[in-house]
Write a protein that binds this ligand. Structure first.
Ligand SMILES: NC(=O)c1ccc[n+]([C@@H]2O[C@H](COP(=O)([O-])OP(=O)(O)OC[C@H]3O[C@@H](n4cnc5c(N)ncnc54)[C@H](OP(=O)(O)O)[C@@H]3O)[C@@H](O)[C@H]2O)c1
Length: 303
């Protein structure tokens, strides 16, 4: 006779069943692990999941007591802390609470400090994936805090997102990287919309322009690596491009924006940064020098 020494499957609870929390609960159900307990302030949101096999809890304390791993996905961290504070801290001890609400790094650190002060084991996460990708290999969730917690629960966490990444012990760093990645994404989306509006004025539709925009986007990975090397080294050699040269392109963007009736605020911002670097005597440096304007080390972003 052989004895089965496999560890008992982790019991999970998902607290907060908006679109994202519901997707997280569905990912656990789809993975075939122990069905998650689910709880939501508005109870009707548990009904569809209950029909799919999840276990609705009648109250928050019951949901918490049913689980080793508690996954919270509420609107924000303030809401999360306020909700968790409605139960005695003892109800949360002995479990790992994963907080997946979006936050600033400071908010995430506040939640970590609050939890630690109450003897609650917490892991701070940031979801870098839209709802339809949750539970797939492509979905990415970043975690910050005790790396041992990620390893302890990796099997379950990977049911939520194939790309489960621990990014550091500082509890704010998942939220920091999430926010920083979103900035790159939003800047790219907004620049595309601005440029599409300019070309549309001259009769080129957005889909036609998208093909050209994609060819520029293909340059970005190498460009970003080069910028990163310059920023880390603090050197901005200007061998291949200079801020002065880029300033001419930015003047064209502002002028074309104005002539096509499109709000020039975005290219004007970039032009201000470039002019500031040039005025501070760095026109011969490469574009990466703009980081020093942004940091307030040279020139002034407002000039
Ligand atoms: N949806 C996405 O694509 C996506 C992507 C990445 C990250 N996120 C993050 O995931 C988190 C959840 O997002 P979501 O899209 O699911 O919807 P959401 O609208 O941001 O959050 C809805 C959830 O928060 C609960 N809630 C709000 N205020 C509450 C309170 N005072 N007490 C108790 N529960 C409260 C809601 O309960 P009720 O149902 O009772 O209102 C619901 O469960 C957010 O931080 C969001 O930024 C979402």
């Amino acid at each position: 006779m052989t004895l089965d020494h496999a560890p008992a499957p982790t019991r999970t609870a998902v607290i907060g069943l908006g679109p994202m929390g519901t997707a997280l609960a569905r990912a656990l159900l789809a993975a075939g692990t122990t069905p998650p307990t689910v709880w939501n302030r508005t109870r009707s949101r548990t009904e569809a999941l209950a029909g799919e096999g999840a276990v609705p809890a009648t109250d928050l304390a019951e949901a918490l007591s049913s689980a080793d791993l508690v996954i919270t996905c509420l609107r924000d961290h303030e809401t999360t802390r306020a909700l968790l504070a409605t139960v005695p801290p003892e109800a949360l001890r002995g479990r790992t609470v994963v907080v997946l609400a979006s936050a600033t790094p400071d908010e995430a650190r506040t939640t970590h400090a609050w939890a630690t002060a109450h003897g609650i084991t917490v892991l701070l996460g940031a979801i870098m994936a839209p709802v339809p990708l949750i539970g797939t290999a492509e979905a990415q969730i970043l975690y910050a805090g005790d790396p041992g917690l990620v390893e302890q629960h990796r099997d379950v966490l990977e049911m939520l997102a194939g790309r489960t990444e621990h990014v550091g012990e500082n509890p704010g760093h998942a939220s920091l990287l999430d926010t920083a990645m979103l900035e790159v994404y939003f800047a790219g989306m907004t620049a595309f919309l601005h440029a599409a509006a300019m070309v549309a004025h001259e009769g080129i539709d957005a889909r036609t322009f998208a093909v050209h925009a994609r060819s520029v986007l293909e340059l970005l990975p190498v460009t970003v690596d080069g910028l990163a090397a310059d920023v880390d080294a603090g050197t901005h050699p200007g061998h291949e491009d200079t801020v002065t040269m880029e300033l001419a392109a930015l003047e064209h963007m502002v002028a074309t924006s104005e002539s096509t009736g499109v709000d020039p605020a975005l290219p004007e911002l970039m032009r201000r940064l470039a002019r500031s670097a040039v005025d501070a005597g760095h026109g011969g440096d490469s574009w990466s020098r703009v980081v020093d304007v942004l940091r307030g080390r040279i020139g002034s972003p407002a000039s």
